[in-house]
Each structure stands twice: as C-alpha cells, then as structure tokens.
Design a protein around this ligand. Structure first.
Ligand code: 5AD
Ligand code: SF4
Length: 465
C-alpha cells in the first residue's frame, strides 16, 4: 500500500512551490499525497515566519496534531510529524524540546535530504532529527524531476534567499544568502511544466529580480534575459515573476516588459513606505521618488501595467507626516491591489530593538486609512474593466456549481459560467460586473490552441463538461 503524505502549507508562493517539491522528493519512497491528515503516514507543516506570533501558531497546530498521532499509534500505525519552512529554520532544536511530538525539523534548503531523514526515522533512529543547515550543495541538484503536474498555472523557483537585510525582515536569516539557479536548469524545468499542461509560469524568488544565474554562454544572466529566453518556449502563453525589489528593477528588465507580450502586465513591487526617513530606517536603500521614477519607466515600457505592493504601517519612529507620505505615494502610483500590514517586531531583526515603537491604536488607525484608500483604488481598477474583453486562464471550479474561476492578465479573479473541461484553457470573457476582489463575465471564445491562434467560435454555454 502506498504511504500517505499530508502537507499543510502556510505563507508565500515559495512555500507552495517547496511543498510540491517535498512531495516530489518523497514520491520515490512510496508517499502519495492525501488531503486528509487523519489518513496520513507523514504530516508536514510547511511554515511561514513573516506573520506575527508565527511560532506560537505552529506550536498550537502541533498540539492539535498530537492526538491524531497517538490514535494512529494505538492502531499500530506510525505517523511521522515534520515541521518545515521558515519557523522550522528559526526554531531548530528548540522545536523538538518544546514539542517532543515532532519527529523532524528541516529548513527550506535541506528538504532534498527528506528521503534520508525519513529512512533513518523509520529504521528506529528516533528522538527527532533536526536539519536546518544552509548546505553548500543546492537542493535543486538533488531533487528528482517534478512529478505531479501543477496544472495550467505553475510556479517555478529561480532564486532564493536575500542579501538585502531590510531591518524589519526575517527572510535573510531564515532563507539564507541569495542564490540563483542556472539558466539551463530553469529552462529545462519550464519546458517540462509546459509539457505537463502549464500555460502560465510564475517565476519565484524572495528577491526574484536580483536573479543572476549562470547562462549557457558562460555569462551571468539577469532576470530580463532569462524571461526573454523563457518566452521562446512554444506553448507557454504567460509569464509572471514575484517578488521584486525596486533596487533590482534594471533597464534590461524594464525593456523586457516593453518587448515581450508574454510577460503579463501586472507587477508586485513592494515599497513598504512612502517616507524617505522610514525607508532609510528600513534599510531599503531607495527613496520614494526613486520608486515613482521606476514605476514611470515601467509604465512607459508597458502602458497597461498594473501594480501591486506591500506596505508596513507603524514602523518604529513612524510619525503622522511619514504616514501621510505613504498615502501620497499610493495616490500617485494608483494600485490594482496591495497588501498592508502593521509592523510587528521579529526577534533578531534590527528594527525590533528600536526604542520608539508606535502604539497599537495608532497602527490600527493608519492601517484602516491605508486599506480604505487601497480598496477604493482596487475597486476602481476592477470597475474600469467592465465592458472589456479579457483573456482569462481558467484554473479551477468556482464556489457555485457550473462556475469556473480564472485569472485576467492583471491577476484579477474572473468568475464565469463554463463547463469544467475548459479548466486549463485561455478563453475570452466579456466582463459584465466588478467587485472588490473579482470580476464576472460571459465566455465569448475558446482558445484551445493556447497562444498559436484563438478560435473565434462563439462558445455555447450549454456545452457539456
Ligand atoms: N512586520 C510587518 N510586516 C512585515 N513584512 C515583513 N516583515 C514584517 C514585519 N516584521 C511584510 C512586508 C513584506 C511582506 C511579505 O510582509 O511588507 O513585503
Ligand atoms: Fe525581506 Fe527586504 Fe529581503 Fe524582501 S528585500 S525578503 S523585505 S529583507
């Protein structure tokens, strides 16, 4: 009987990708994925450290899993419990001490060693294993090729780690130093994803536009050049990348947005604050006007480019004037969407020891004002699409029977009535309604052959699934 693997993933898309690759690493040992923890032989929590009280939340989840493991043991079944990701990296040995129910703790750079760890545990080397190294060898050299298809919209990790050390952020500590995968390896993985049904690939990296991979010509390639190469892959219709840092938005990458229509006109470009004083305290090494200039250049290159961002309110020392500058920047740029967070100290980061912390009530007030402004911009952006005909990549069934959900070029969720067989296709949709978080519309044409031609047949809505 195949053994069952249950992975619960928290946090960013990089973790989603890592979870897929953990399953790939464990497949040769006979582990198949299951959606229910109760029937699993191996439960992995792939954790995220970016949010507040991240470790506490993981410990309470482990508390909830303890009875499950005990119940299986009573039936004579051994269940392994593993903690992966950034909380595992940060806690290390401490996790085994606080939660002895855990069998193995491993970081984002060591999961290629899972088969060896699991084999040792199953052979009775109990007591818990911890592997939170930053090994010299790359996990990508040791992972098997991707197994299960990721579907029509796939992720591909091209860069990991961060050398920027923003003063609020744990990523440089949990993910380690910047590392880029070689171009040939990325291209080969992209081709395999396309062969298994991907029409869209999102390149992932904590600092993806800092990509500097070894090219096949012996030169170091930046992200722009990599994107141009990937755009040549036949059958691939859409390219995206996330997350970027303003400082790495170089001229070549900006020009790629102008030249390469497969790059979708949507960019997540976090700025965190609109105040130069706060940006400097955050160690961002760019000003608000630098950001405005970069956005201007991007929009010159690709006039329909929509932007998204991350903001932190209540960073230590943030005054009313600083926050007003953030609101001004948001007004100037105009976002299609953005995430905003209250600053919360992360142990070990420089900002956590700054004396002048902002009171909670003020953070709450500022967050709500910022979110109101962003929500209004998002709604306006979505409303502007009513009456337009958009290409939508259908990804999954919607909430109601007969509905499917896809993504517009601008990352908007689009809900349509369509048969399930259209999942994995790019179709044309006439947008009829817009809400804060989604659009709704009517299917017009069906693009079976993806990029090569769009079949201009009016699609019958009654078509069977
Ligand atoms: N407090 C609040 N928000 C944070 N982020 C990262 N660290 C912190 C922190 N200590 C936010 C940033 C980042 C996003 C992924 O999470 O805005 O871009
Ligand atoms: Fe964190 Fe800054 Fe690196 Fe982004 S660029 S991962 S915010 S340190």
């Amino acid at each position: 009987m195949p053994k069952k693997l249950y992975i619960k993933t928290y946090g960013c898309q990089m973790n989603v990708y890592d979870s897929v690759r953990m399953a790939d690493a464990l497949a040769p040992l006979g582990y198949a994925k299951t959606a229910s923890p109760e029937e699993a032989d191996f439960v992995i929590l792939n954790t995220c450290h970016i949010r507040e009280k991240a470790s506490e939340k993981v410990y309470s989840e482990l508390g909830r899993l303890r009875p499950l493991k005990a119940a299986a043991a009573a039936e004579g079944r051994q269940v392994l419990l593993g903690v992966a990701g950034c909380v595992a990296q940060a806690e290390g040995e401490e996790m085994l001490r606080r939660a002895p129910v855990v069998d193995l703790v491993f970081g984002p750079q060591t999961y290629h060693r899972l088969p060896e760890m699991v084999t040792r545990l199953l052979a009775g080397e109990g007591g818990g294993l911890v592997d939170t190294d930053f090994p010299l060898e790359s996990k990508f050299d040791h992972l098997p090729e991707e197994g299960a298809s990721q579907g029509a919209a796939a992720f591909l990790s091209v860069q990991e780690g961060c050398d920027k050390f923003c003063s609020f952020c744990v990523v440089p500590y949990t993910r380690g130093a910047e590392f880029s995968r070689p171009v040939a390896e990325v291209v080969a993985e992209a081709k395999r994803l396309v062969a298994s049904g991907a029409l869209e690939i999102t390149l992932l990296g904590q600092n993806v536009n800092a990509y500097h991979g070894d090219g096949p010509d012996g030169a170091t390639w930046g992200l722009g050049r990599l994107l141009r190469r990937l755009a040549e892959i036949e059958g691939l219709a859409r390219l995206r990348y996330t997350t970027s840092h303003p400082r790495d938005m170089d001229a070549e990458l900006i020009a790629t947005h102008r030249d390469e229509p497969k790059i979708m006109p949507y960019l997540h470009l976090p700025v965190q604050s609109g105040s130069d004083r706060i940006l400097s305290a955050m160690n961002r090494k760019h000003s608000a006007d630098d950001y405005r200039r970069i956005v201007g250049e991007l929009r010159n290159a690709r006039p329909d480019l929509a932007l998204s961002s991350d903001f932190i309110v209540g960073f230590p020392g943030e005054r009313d004037l600083d926050f007003a500058a953030t609101l001004r920047l948001v007004t100037d740029v105009g976002y299609a969407q953005a995430y905003s967070f209250k600053y919360s100290p992360r142990p070990g980061t420089p900002a956590s020891s700054i004396e002048e912390q902002v009171p909670e009530a003020i953070k709450t007030e500022r967050l709500s004002a910022l979110q109101q402004l962003i929500d209004a911009q998002q709604l306006a952006f979505n409303h502007a699409k009513i009456g337009e005909r958009l290409e939508v990549l259908l990804e999954k069934p919607g909430k109601r029977a007969g509905q499917l959900i896809g993504r517009s070029p601008w990352m908007q969720s689009v809900v349509v009535e369509a048969p399930e067989r259209l999942i994995g296709h790019i179709i044309e949709v006439d947008i009829e309604a817009a809400h804060g978080n989604s659009l709704a519309g009517r299917v017009v044409t069906l693009d079976c052959a993806s990029e090569s031609h769009i079949a201009r047949t009016v699609f019958a809505q009654t078509g069977a699934a």
